[in-house]
Design a protein around this ligand. Structure first.
Ligand SMILES: [Zn+2]
Length: 381
């Protein structure tokens, strides 16, 4: 039944999404799904959000990286520490689409779904609003940046609504129509300078173009070399840390505050391949981006920094000799880290919460309420 519904949805999705974009109406809230009311989480000191997602990053990824690279991680310095349970609506082991959707919309969905979900209501079609859209409506500046392709499942979950993560063209179209100020990652080869310009974006493809962006500008980043490495891949390619620094600089421009999602995508990719050195380098590079975000937040005093993962990849285990090794090339269902800086309202001790509660609690921390998020956007057919 679910599969049939997914299939029908997939076939109709192009038409439906254009209808959504044209005639979309917001009609109601989804049943709030976290412990306590929104007022319990509200923190009047928090204006900005930097939401960092290490794709595939489990607790043992951090231990393996520290041990094998002989480094310490900024992630270990967060005082507010919990964990997130990552399952999807349809499976105890999620993919990055359903994981990203839970972390962006406050709703679990089927594996492969990007910002869409099954609806039990009588409405014809609906989708859950994502937290980027929620922040955009408040007038906040917004950014979605990744070491992956911009149309990858995690950035797409924060900037698109599509029934299949493989609908790359449709995801890109949604992103160009999103109004999000910064969308940066590696190129999928689909966005031309003209495409970007007619939607209000400056197309950037190099480090120098990124660094030259003026405040208040909107840009679509399509870099062509690796963004995940600790040092720049080449002079025209930024690191995730450099992207994070510039993004914060550009977004920190209004009284309404900003929302920035940063994905370290290659912790997952190198875990699928069981590439120890590349995976641990990707963890360290992601940690550098977190370090900058944390330093900014400590100076700023009005910024929530939250670090988590969509799922664990590689089923890393601790061996008897103290080493850590991959035991799989797939995702696992174990809980993942949930680290918070900037408020003591979001977590209660070392809580283990559902992944979909993370964006709900972020929204509540910012002062949004149950009737605003999670929110069902419905299309009258
Ligand atoms: Zn993966």
């Amino acid at each position: 039944m679910l599969l049939m519904f997914a299939q029908i949805w997939k076939e109709l999705t192009a038409t439906i999404l254009s209808l959504i974009l044209t005639f979309g109406t917001t009609i109601g809230t989804i049943v709030p799904a976290t412990t306590g009311g929104s007022a319990d989480y509200f923190d009047g000191n928090v204006k900005n959000v930097i939401y960092l997602i290490g794709d595939g990053m489990g607790f043992n990824h951090l231990e393996k990286a520290k041990k094998e690279r002989s480094i310490s991680l900024v992630m270990d310095t967060f005082e507010e520490r919990g964990a997130s349970m990552t399952r999807s609506y349809t499976s105890s082991v999620t993919d990055s689409a359903a994981g990203g959707t839970a972390l962006s919309t406050g709703e679990r969905t089927f594996n492969g779904g990007i910002g869409v979900y099954f609806s039990d209501s009588n409405a014809v079609f609906s989708y859950p609003k994502n937290i980027t859209e929620l922040c955009l409506e408040r007038g906040m500046m917004t950014g979605v940046i990744t070491s992956d392709e911009t149309s990858g499942a995690t950035p797409a979950s924060f900037s698109a609504h599509e029934s299949d993560r493989g609908n790359t063209e449709e995801i890109t179209e949604d992103q160009l129509n999103s109004g999000i100020n910064l969308i940066w990652g590696t190129s999928n080869g689909l966005v031309t300078e003209h495409d970007a310009k007619v939607k209000g974006y400056q197309l950037i493809t190099t480090y120098d173009e990124m660094m030259a962006l003026p405040e208040g500008s909107s840009s679509f980043g399509q870099f062509t070399n690796n963004l995940w490495t600790l040092q720049q891949s080449d002079a025209s390619t930024p690191t995730l840390e450099q992207m994070t620094m510039k993004a914060i600089d550009l977004l920190d421009d209004t009284d309404e505050g900003f929302f920035l999602m940063v994905e370290g995508a290659h912790i997952d990719k190198h875990s699928h391949s069981n590439l120890d050195d590349n995976m641990t380098e990707a963890v360290e590079a992601f940690d550098k981006a977190i370090q900058y975000a944390l330093e900014y937040a400590k100076n700023d005093g009005e910024t929530l920094v939250i670090v988590t993962a969509d799922h664990e990849t590689g089923a890393i285990v601790l061996n008897d000799d103290g080493s850590y090794s991959f035991t799989s090339g797939s995702h696992s269902g174990v809980d993942v880290p949930l680290l918070v800086y900037g408020t003591d309202k979001l977590l209660r001790g070392d809580e283990v919460i559902n992944n979909y509660e993370v964006p709900i609690r972020i929204a509540y921390t910012l002062g949004f309420t149950e009737d605003q998020f999670p929110y069902e956007v419905m299309v009258a057919a």
